[in-house]
Design a protein around this ligand. Structure first.
Ligand code: ADP
Ligand code: MG
Length: 352
């Protein structure tokens, strides 16, 4: 286990890194944040900071020599950057999990290899590909870029009135995946952790509501049967075990009309739908991730309260300090941009 006072390097300096950094300092670790932007939200709560691009080999190398372990807060870290730093220091979660989650097709194949249910899908690189699979995938469907998508970005809803020019234009963004649209009952997520010793601890599944592809609300306990709660945790458990995973992982699921659990995607990091743990559990997802990557024992994942987490986007943070019946978490972002995640509130009530 890394000793007290060791330094954890974090690639990316957004709100997730900020909250990881706060959790790390609470349990005696320092963080060193690496981000290209001088006003990255995590910088103001970290012991050390580096402003540098993910292409800057020298800077990445220097960063790697100054930290005791490395983690990241987003998936789209260039492979070249990982190679550069991976020579000097361990990276958790490891490259395997990252490479799978970076590419939606790799990700779906991985789920299938574990016999997990996914939506019907087909790879699409050209209009010809699209034409040959649209009938079998069906309408409505969603054309998603395989890489770099987040918060619903890089997605085009395909309906009967979508002109082929729009499809063509979308394909210019890069190779895509066409997914059948699922009329799900609910969206769920499981935040799960695994450490090097192979211990696995899950938080209770959350029920998520998205608006325009962006998470809006997470509710725990999710309003699903106990059987489905356990099944969704077991799915997440199979994923972390198959990956020999170290750290916290977010698993997004659809619950179909027929009560089937369909795996949507994974995120090899702390996850927005796990923010409720900050006020619902003694040890939250951020501390849990730090514990896993420093080689420590995992928290028990127990939930002591019911929580409704609401994201604050753009100018929704104005006057948020006036909200006095929920725990406010602001990210310290200076530029208020419409749709940008600026903070969240956890409304807490006694556990049911
Ligand atoms: P990302 O979170 O990386 O932007 P997702 O695949 O999770 O991408 O898509 C964002 C949201 O869009 C999902 O949470 C869900 O609400 C909706 N969505 C995505 N894929 C489908 C699908 N195949 N059927 C129905 N809704 C979908
Ligand atoms: Mg998602």
């Amino acid at each position: 286990m890394l000793k007290h006072g060791s330094t954890i390097g974090i690639l990316g300096g957004g709100q997730l890194a900020r909250m990881l950094s706060i959790a790390a300092s609470r349990i005696g670790y320092r963080t060193h944040i690496y981000d290209p932007s001088p006003d990255a939200p995590a910088f103001e709560v970290a012991a050390f900071t580096t402003i540098g691009s993910f292409q800057d080999r020298n800077r990445l190398r220097k960063f790697a020599t100054e930290v005791d372990v490395i983690t990241y807060e987003f998936e789209n870290i260039p492979n070249s950057a990982l190679k550069e730093i991976g020579r000097d220091v361990q990276i958790f979660p490891d490259k395997n999990a990252l490479l799978i989650s970076q590419d939606r097709i790799k990700e779906k194949k991985f789920f299938k290899s574990l016999d997990l249910k996914t939506v019907e899908y087909a790879p699409v690189k050209s209009l010809a590909d699209f034409s040959s699979v649209i009938n079998s995938i069906g309408i409505p469907s969603i054309l998603k870029t395989c890489r770099y998508g987040y918060d619903g970005k890089g997605q085009l809803l395909i309906t009967n009135s979508t002109p082929s020019s729009e499809v063509e234009e979308h394909l210019l963004k890069g190779p895509c995946i066409l997914e059948r649209f699922t009329n799900f009952q609910k969206e769920l997520s499981v935040i799960i952790a695994r450490n090097e010793a192979g211990n696995v601890v899950s938080f209770d599944p959350g029920e998520n509501l998205h608006k325009s592809g962006i998470l809006h609300t997470t509710i725990v306990p999710s309003q699903i049967s106990n059987r489905l709660q356990i099944d969704s945790i077991l799915i997440a458990g199979r994923i972390v075990n198959a990956l020999n995973y170290v750290g916290v992982l977010g698993v997004e699921l659809f619950l179909s009309k027929y009560n089937e659990l369909i795996v949507n995607e994974i995120a090899p990091r702390v996850h927005n739908s796990g923010h409720w743990t900050q006020n619902g559990c003694a040890i939250d997802q951020f501390e849990q991730h730090i514990r896993a990557i420093v080689g420590g024992k995992l928290g028990d994942g127990k939930r002591h309260s019911n929580v409704t987490m609401i994201n604050l986007l753009g100018n929704q943070i104005n006057n948020s300090i006036d909200i006095v019946d929920g725990a406010l978490h602001l990210y310290g972002k200076n530029d208020v941009i419409e749709g940008r995640k600026m903070g969240h509130i956890n409304y807490v009530s006694p556990k049911t």
